[in-house]
Structures are given as C-alpha cells and as structure tokens.
Write a protein that binds this ligand. Structure first.
Ligand code: KIV
Ligand code: NA
Length: 277
C-alpha cells in the first residue's frame, strides 16, 4: 500500500470507513501489523508496563521510546506512526516539548507525536504545531495523570466530566491537533466529540461512534495478564501458546529428545576419519 498520511486517514473518515490502530513496541510485531494493513501504529509509553514490567507509565524515558519507535518504523514503513511523549517530556516547557517531540520525527520517522491533556496543553500543542510537529491529543483516562485521577479509572461518566472532555476536545482541535484519542469514556461522549470534530477521532474504550479503534496489541493477543481493562477483546491467548512451546522445549532437553540428527553440524567428507586416525 502507499504511505498512510493524514489525508488518507481523513479520507477514511469522509467515506465512513473505520480507521484501525494498534500499539507496537518492536520490529517483529511491526512487520506483522504492517502486513495486516493496520492504519495507525502507536509506540505507546504503555511499553513501560507491557514490556518493561513497570506498574505505571511514569518511569518511561525518551531515549527508550525513540529507540523502539525507530525499530517499529523499520518494520512498518507505510503505517501512520505515532510516538507517545513520555511523562515530563512535554509538561515542563514548550521548548522542551518541541525539542523532545522532534526526536520522534527526525530520528524515528514518526508522522506525529501523542501527548495527554486538554486545555492545560493547548499552548504547548500550538507551539509544537507551529514548529511543524503534528500532534495527536489524548483525553479521558490519561494514565500519566493517574495520581490525580485516583488510578486507572474510566472518565466522563457524569455530566460535568463529560462536558469537560467535550470542551477539551474543541480546545485541542483549535490549538491544532491532527488527530484525537479518547480513552475509557461512555459511548455517548465519544459520539458527541466525534460529531463535532473536524479531525479523525480514535477511541480505546470510547464506544462505537468514533472514527476508529485502538487496542494495546499485548491485550488483543493475550500477551499481558497483569490486568484486563473492560474494553479489551482477546483475539488469541498468546501466553498459553508460548508457555506450551517453552514447556515442550524444556521437556525435549530434559528428556533428550532435542537435538535430533537433523540439527547437527556434520564433518566435511573424510575429515572425521582423519581426526580419529
Ligand atoms: O501508551 C499507550 O499505549 C497509550 C494508549 C493506551 C492510549 O497511550
Ligand atoms: Na500512553
């Protein structure tokens, strides 16, 4: 396929075709997501939890994110690639936000960066967009502010909370975001935001009315068991498949079923006889 750019995504919206989005953290998975024709790939700071075993996303650092984004880009040359700005790489100043975001663009070949927050981030978003960096907004459950939200909790389930998300979406769009992500909110809030938006709106646990869906790939594949949010649909239980394979390997070695003849390197003709002479 040709390179997925923002126009191609907006075209899907105009044609009422759903946009597909998954997270990805490494080269082999990127090859598969590219092959499957996933439109948008997010190198999420959820990697802190899914890959690095952390309990939150707060400890993720920019160097690690850029390294992995580079690897994902190699495996997925045509996907729309979004780099997730880690905690405190964009909150401190506009200058730091621009400088840090530019690494995802220039070093990893991302098409956009994602950051969490609403009206509080509007000035930063505007500065980044002026500096040629396309931004994806992220509202609703924003894991980097979990200390203020009181944990990984769904959002916008009362009138005031819903209105805040709807208002933040408008402010972020005015500030210049190219795309918006909504996480863990009621479908009705997703619907209102999507109807009012002039940009693609993607949901993760935001109901069916948004323009596209995101899932964390380790959740979709059953490759992450620490906890399972309500919006996850497991398409395969990779953990049990991999565990079976690991146990078979162990049993083969212990039971001397591996290696077999075909796994061995043989001497060149006549050389073994010379050695044994
Ligand atoms: O880091 C991530 O994967 C994310 C999604 C869960 C929205 O930000
Ligand atoms: Na994230």
């Amino acid at each position: 396929r040709s390179k997925v750019n923002i126009n191609a995504l907006q075209n899907k919206v105009n044609l009422s075709e759903k946009i597909t989005m998954l997270t990805c953290y490494d080269y082999p998975m990127a090859l598969l997501e590219e092959k499957a024709g996933i439109d948008i790939i997010l190198v999420g700071d959820s990697m802190a939890m899914t890959v690095l075993g952390e309990e939150t996303t707060l400890g993720m650092d920019l160097d690690t994110m850029v390294t992995h984004a580079k690897a994902v880009r190699k495996g997925a040359p045509t996907a729309y690639l979004v780099g997730d700005m880690p905690y405190m790489t964009y909150q401190i100043s506009k200058k730091e936000a621009i400088r840090n975001a530019s690494r995802f663009m220039a070093e990893a070949g991302c098409d956009a960066v994602k950051l969490e927050g609403g009206s509080n981030m509007a000035d930063t978003v505007e500065a980044m967009v002026k500096a040629t960096i396309p931004v994806m907004g992220h509202l609703g459950l924003t894991p980097q502010s979990m200390a203020q939200l009181g944990g990984f909790k769904s959002q916008g389930r009362d009138c005031a909370g819903a209105l805040k998300i709807i208002e933040d979406a408008r402010i972020l769009e005015e500030a210049g975001i190219s795309l918006l992500l909504l996480e863990a909110i009621p479908p009705e809030v997703g619907k209102i935001v999507t109807e009012r938006a002039n940009i693609p709106v993607i949901g993760i646990g935001a109901g069916p009315y948004v323009h596209g869906q995101l899932m964390i790939v380790h959740d979709a594949l059953g490759f992450f068991d620490a906890f399972t949010p309500k919006f996850v649909k497991k398409y395969v239980n990779l953990n049990s498949i991999i565990l079976d394979a690991l146990e078979s390997y162990k049993n083969d070695v212990v039971g001397e079923q591996y290696p077999e003849d075909g796994h061995n390197y043989n001497f060149m003709n006549g050389e073994l006889e010379k050695l044994l002479r």
